[in-house]
Design a protein. Sequence first.
Lengths: 106, 260, 312
Amino acid sequence: MIWEVFRQEEPGDRHTHCGNVHAPDEEMATLFAQVQHGRRMQTNSLWVAPKEEIGEVDADDTEFGGTTDKSYRWAITYNNIDASFAEEVAESEADQEEHAEKRGGT
Amino acid sequence: MEPAEAELFRLADDEYVLAERYTEWQIYAPTPESDLALANIAQDEFGHARLWYDLLEEEYGYDEPDLLWERDPADFVHSTLVELETPEGDWADTVVRGYLYDAAERLRLEALEDSSFEPIADRVPKVQGEEEYHREHAQSWLDRLTDSADSRERVQAAVDQLFPHAMTLFAPTVDEDEILDAGVRSRSLADLREDWLDEVVPYLDSLGVAVPDPEDVVRPEPLGRDGSHTDDWFDLHDEFTASYRELGFDEPAELRGENA
Amino acid sequence: MDIETVKERAGPREFSPADDLPREYREAATRMIQFHANSEVMGGYLDKEFTRMAPSLDRKLACTAKCQDEIGHAQLLYRAAESLGVKSREQMLDELQNGQGKFLNCFHYPVDSWYEAPMIDFFVDGGAMRRQATLKNTSWEPYAHAMDKVCFEEGFHVKHGEDILRELMRSSKANQERTQEVFEQWWPRILQFFGPTNDESHHDDFAQQVGLKTVSNDELRNSFLNMYVPKAEKYGLEIPEYPRIFERDDGTMAVREDDLDWDEFWTIAKNDYPGSEEQIGSRRQRQEAVSWVRESMDDWETGGGRAAAGAD
């Protein structure tokens, strides 16, 4: 069966999908994944999960983030309040601004 | 020969020849995944051979041609277990060979951890680090292949064939007493052999594979350890040295980096 | 999606398994990637010979690592092809074994000496790297991803290949002469590596229209020449008189396409060449010899495996 493999580069990082291996069970999958996906790239940990167990929902199935206005949940809306008094609040606002650009708006 | 020198030759030759047989599987393995795994193990083993051959160079003044390319094949002291040709398609042979070898290797390395010969002791952890995967790999395959009757039969046939040769892993050479007296290795080959039997026999038994009684085993004539080998070895040696001889380069090429 | 939309949208990494693509695209992509994957495997048959021949321990290690990479790339590529939903990996491997699977011309010629190592490991691999670099812009995303990894790994192959060539050409006169001889034998095959000349390639037009291929065979061949002819000459190799290579107005090099033996090439493309039979036959034999292992693993998998290693 097919196992999808996820690699964590350094401790504390998220695991990211990096490919798959064909193996009859989990133990063999980890043995094979170590060689195939941990041999050269910096690797702290690998996960393997059966491909058929991985569920998916994508942009064709659903409107991620909704369709109606939800600005109330974004710091950038509250722009008659100055955030600079607290670094962490300002940082949160800046991050959200960056992601707003990626999302293209709402 | 110095005791450490003798022990190094055993270590290096074992790993080198085993690696040569493993690489024969490249591109021929049952699946891409199994191909990659065995190829990785082969590279590890060549790497270990290189660690030990390097010590022979550094401490005893040999060079690579002395150790591999221009050395009399009858001077190699590896166990006959590692030199035997693998019959075509016989994945069971390789897995059994790996298992028997890796179990012995773990015991040997443990007995070298506190070697009086510091350069050996220094390198042991590096080798141990890679050997664990080898053992897991061999055992995983054995667990699964012995689960159905047909493949278990093949594993049985491989054990029947290889077990007598595996005994030569522990065959002593004339240097054995000195190796122990000097503290190069902390345990005798006889002791290692006992521990090895205590481990491999029950394990194989639990998989439904019969192991011949060591007392009943007819030792194969060539011991490997004393330079006597099967024809398989002489053929292999000829093959892997042929190009070296034909090319006649001044020196064998080296490709090292910061991890050497 | 209809084919017109595909052609309109065609661009780097544009299409992924989430898209509903027309059969024509999926079949063309499968054909292309399957060919690539098969080539990695069949190239391995040549490369493993060099591992046994290697004249130093470090060279041996480099050769075995290269072989391993090839199988690793095959694994990635079969997966990228499988993701198109036309054929399973098993089907593609079966096809390769039974002679239906196509693969690179260069791998239809068995090797038997170390002198051939730089031909494969430097020139053929160099050509492959050139092509693979352009495929990072292919429209099928999983294929492009595979190329990222392949390109990351292959740098050492070409550099090792060059090192082997350097060593040979800086050694004895006999070695230099032998290498030259072997080079002359391989050179036309290497030039044909990039496939048929633009006029004769059937599938290419469509592949380019849908963004699977981003550079034509001739362009790739010529850019290869610009990079590798100077290297060959640097090490003292003489470029054979035929096929004729000439300099174009813009200073780049090109080859006279009709100086190459396209008959031999097309015979190979049908797996009909004697070398083809030898290599495919070898594949079939070796794979049949281990089919028992795959069966045993399938049994294990469907049997749910043993709960714990214990007595019967």
